[in-house]
Write a protein that binds this ligand. Structure first.
Ligand code: ARG
Ligand code: ZN
Length: 877
């Protein structure tokens, strides 16, 4: 492996390319061991490029076999090829065609970037910098070219030949070989290039767009799995219809293909007309996929499809702008799910995810702005901050501008920038212009890392009949950004009167309040409501209107009141969580928790359980205490995850123990014989029932038996896996035998194996590390497969805090050991696993020392990839 040198790239250094590429003609001769790629690039110097400016093309792991300019072979001195690429010393000062022939070895490509072979299928992943592993190129997103691709391969090994765009020719070459020619008329950056060759089965369908274009749809997969692709196809058609309805965006080619592959570095990829997916985000049938899998598939299919407009037709000028396409597209897929399912439940789940994945990033050594201004390795910036905080920023824009204002801005963006590679500034300018407003300060959200804290003070003046809210914001320092500016924080609110209904008021003075949104755009603002007869209970940051941490100082009484009455479902859920959080934190801190306090929470939980109109999925989210990681964040420093676990487990028993009979009765009542469907109502019902099972497994002596019974009786994977998880996470006596049974039953299905790995990784018992070590050391364990490694090692590091942070360091060493081994083959996946360490600075001292010892061990163990080294350096800084 080549040793990667330190090299930081800065946003401020951006300059347009000295040369552009108009069109690309590729001839890809696919064959086992060595594939050959002949490329003809039509290259044009930019208008202001001085004569004699060298042309520097990116290239990695390529063997150059032939090179010519306008048909004439190049002499030795005219070019130089090294491990970073190819330089033409003095290219012609006019349009010319550069032709190269390179040899590559997809079978040896364990990084899974560029062209590689997964399970016999040749496939590509080019975002962000994989195309340079296929041919020499200006591998940057602002170079847009049309592509015509001729592929050829053995007819038996690869009867299916796919690339971007439309199929324009195909035929036999004799000798058992055949070819196909694909042409993509839309100029695109190289990161959207894709091809697939293999022996694949498929299902097909079609979609007619609003303007009447018939689009052929197909999903390709390994033989025998076709019956598992129908949910993905259904999701695709609903996504296409939704984007027309909600954003007026139609699809633009005659075909749309999806391919499922089993080795993939992340979820999926939006290549023009040829999306390539991690197969876990395609395959679903009730016997092997859970409701959560179904929802995930629907979401990611939609996400990649939506990229066709937000990402492909309008792309990024440079990789610093990544959240231009990702934040916006996540926002779009969140809206899709909200429209297809329950909006409130979706919002709560998204906020839980933001808090568990993005907040720890933003509050620790890996914090970076949604639009970073420097990077050493761009692959390490496909982060929760870029994706999920990026989506929150777009959501705030929609909140501040209102539905119409937001739509006007989006329309202008699509109209003005179609066909371009652009920036966050250009995006914001569309919203500013369309609404005749100024978004300069708003832009700080993209440039400043860290989660703002919002502190609230309230004052009621009974004589003056005024109610005053003071809001303060403060963002703690993050690496490289010691001083923080004030953000524009939209705080959606309501004021609840004594009977729980919203109160009216005569007028508002002080800070800007637009309808139900207070705009907190200074370090401190004050809002005075006039004509208020009684102190209202404020409901603030409704719908989680900004990615912030809210500190209200409300009493437990107020919170119980909100839990009972708030018309905003998010805040209703939040109120219950806040009560639970305070109780667990108090108990971890050794403060006494009064019986009245836990009884009040028990009462609130009982009311939630019995509520007539709240939906089941909402109840499933509410009938819980915040998870261990959320408690750790609330405590913030000198964290002892084992103490947190112990306190939380005991509070679960105190709060839910008295309800055991009611939980069980409801559990039984929710039993259903209806045939499985993955829709929101039915899956919500299963969610609630399985939540009750998991509570019962912890708080009731009957729980383990119920879990065992459900496991055996289950007719679908949702119920079977929930029973297995309930038993494993409570580490009941039956857990080991259920785990063994599950393993044997599903031995042939790698995606179900992942579920088994992930639940093993979350087991709370003290032998978990040695069990995981044994699984990983088994010579038959597929260590090159990203899904398997993430399920085993990633789940452990991210979702088993007490065991991962064991003071003896065994958990930490298990992860660094796996990272070191993986890094040799797949640096991207290794680096991602290592981010599990990002919260080490908030641990108590002995655990910090153990974490540092493991990290130093990794650092001292030899050459690490640039990916892993970058994460390690930042975590240790
Ligand atoms: N663009 C893809 C998506 O979000 C993900 C690409 C991730 N690439 C990476 N190097 N991590 O839909
Ligand atoms: Zn995306």
């Amino acid at each position: 492996m080549r040793t990667d040198t330190e090299h930081t790239i800065y946003l401020k250094d951006y300059s347009p390319s000295a040369y552009t590429i108009e069109s690309v003609v590729l001839d890809v001769r696919i064959a086992p061991e060595t594939t050959r790629v002949r490329a003809q690039l039509t290259i044009v110097p930019a208008a202001n490029t001085p004569r004699g400016t060298p042309l520097i093309l990116d290239g990695e792991d390529l063997r150059l076999e032939d090179i010519a300019v306008d048909g004439a072979p190049l002499v030795q001195l005219a070019y130089a090829a090294d491990e970073n690429g190819l330089t033409l010393v003095e290219p012609p000062n006019r349009r010319f065609v550069l032709e190269t022939l390179v040899a590559i070895e997809p079978e040896a490509n364990t990084r899974l970037m560029g062209l590689y072979r997964s399970n016999g299928v040749w496939c590509t992943q080019c975002e962000p910098e994989g195309f340079r592993r296929i041919t020499y190129y200006l591998d940057r997103p602002d170079v847009l070219a049309t592509f015509k691709v001729t592929m050829s391969a053995d007819e038996e090994l690869a009867p299916v030949l796919l690339a971007n765009g439309n199929l324009i020719d195909k035929g036999s070459l004799g000798d058992g070989k055949h070819y196909a020619v694909w042409e993509d008329p839309f100029p695109k950056p190289s990161y959207l290039f894709a091809l697939v060759a293999g022996d694949l089965a498929s299902i097909s369908d079609s979609f007619t767009t609003a303007s009447g274009r018939k689009v052929d749809l197909a999903i390709y997969c390994e033989h025998g799995k076709q019956d598992q692709c129908h949910w993905a196809m259904d999701s695709l058609k609903r996504s296409m219809a939704w984007d027309e309805k909600r954003f007026d965006r139609e699809y633009d080619l005659d075909v749309f293909n999806i391919v499922a592959v089993s080795d993939f570095n992340f979820g999926a990829m939006e290549n023009k007309g040829l999306n390539i997916f991690n197969d876990k985000l395609v395959f679903a049938r009730p016997e092997t996929a859970t409701d959560a899998d179904y929802e995930n598939i629907e979401r990611v299919i939609a996400h990649e499809y939506f990229h066709n407009w937000t990402g492909n037709r309008i792309t990024c000028r440079d990789w610093f702008q990544l959240c231009l396409k990702e934040g916006l597209t996540v926002y779009r897929d969140q809206e899709f799910t909200s429209d297809e399912r329950s909006r409130a439940v979706k919002r709560i789940s998204d906020v839980m995810k933001l808090r568990s994945a993005q907040f720890p990033e933003d509050g620790g050594p890996l914090a970076h702005p949604a639009r970073p201004d420097n990077y050493r390795e761009i692959n390490n910036f496909y982060t929760p901050t870029v994706y999920d905080k990026g989506a929150e920023i777009v959501r705030m824009l929609a909140t501040l501008l209102g539905e119409d204002g937001f739509k006007k801005g989006m329309d202008l963006y699509f109209e003005r920038h179609d066909g371009e590679a652009t920036t966050i500034e250009a995006f914001l300018a569309c919203f500013a212009e369309a609404n005749d407003t100024d978004l300069d300060q708003f832009k700080t959200w993209y440039e400043q890392a860290g989660t703002p804290r919002i502190e609230i003070n309230e004052q009621f003046d009974a004589d003056a009949h005024t109610y005053t809210l003071t809001l303060r914001q403060n963002t703690p320092p993050t690496p490289g950004q010691p001083d923080k500016a004030a953000l524009v924080v939209p705080v959606r609110f309501g004021l609840l009167g004594p009977n729980g209904a919203e109160i009216g008021y005569e007028r508002v003075t002080g800070a800007e309040a637009r309808d139900d949104v207070i705009v907190l755009d200074k370090p401190e603002v004050e809002v005075v409501f006039h004509g208020v007869a009684n102190r209202p209970v404020p409901s603030l940051l409704r719908g989680f209107s900004a990615p912030a941490i809210l500190e209200t100082g409300l009493s437990e009484q107020d919170r119980l009141f909100l839990a009972r009455h708030d018309s905003d479902a998010f805040n209703r859920w939040q109120a219950i969580q806040d009560i639970g959080e305070r109780l667990v934190v108090a108990s971890v801190n050794g403060e006494s928790v009064s019986d009245e306090a836990t009884e009040a929470l028990t009462q609130a939980m009982a009311e939630t359980l019995a509520h007539e109109t709240l939906d089941d999925a909402f109840k499933a989210l509410a009938l819980n205490l915040p998870d261990e990681a959320q408690i750790a964040r609330a405590i913030g420093k000198s964290v002892d995850p084992s103490a947190i676990r112990a306190s939380r487990q005991s509070l679960l028993k105190q709060v839910f123990g008295p309800l055991a009979d009611r939980l069980e009765a409801k559990y039984e009542a929710l039993t259903s014989e209806a045939p499985y469907t993955p829709d929101a109502a039915q899956s919500g019902r299963r969610d609630l029932r399985n939540r009750l099972l998991s509570l019962l497994a912890t708080v009731s002596t009957k729980g383990p038996e119920l879990a065992h019974r459900q496991y055996q009786a289950a007719k679908n994977m949702t119920d079977r896996f929930a029973a297995l998880a309930a038993a494993t996470l409570a580490w009941t006596e039956e857990a080991p035998s259920l785990l063994a049974e599950f393993r044997t039953t599903y031995a042939g299905d790698p995606l179900v194996f992942d579920k088994w790995l992930a639940v093993n990784a979350r087991a709370p018992d003290d032998s978990v590390v040695s069990r995981l070590q044994a699984i990983l050391s088994d010579p038959s364990f597929p260590k090159n497969n990203p899904n398997r490694m993430r399920a085993l090692v990633g789940s452990f590091a991210m979702a088993n805090p007490a065991q991962f942070t064991r003071p003896d360091g065994a958990g930490f060493r298990f992860v660094t050991g796996a990272v070191l081994d993986m890094d040799k083959r797949n640096p991207q996946v290794a680096a991602r696993l290592l981010t599990g360490f990002r919260t080490w600075p908030m641990l108590e001292d002995s655990r910090q020392q153990a974490a540092l010892a493991a990290l130093h061990g990794l650092r001292d163990s030899g050459a690490l990839s640039r990916n892993t080294n970058d994460i390690l350096t930042r975590i240790l800084d």
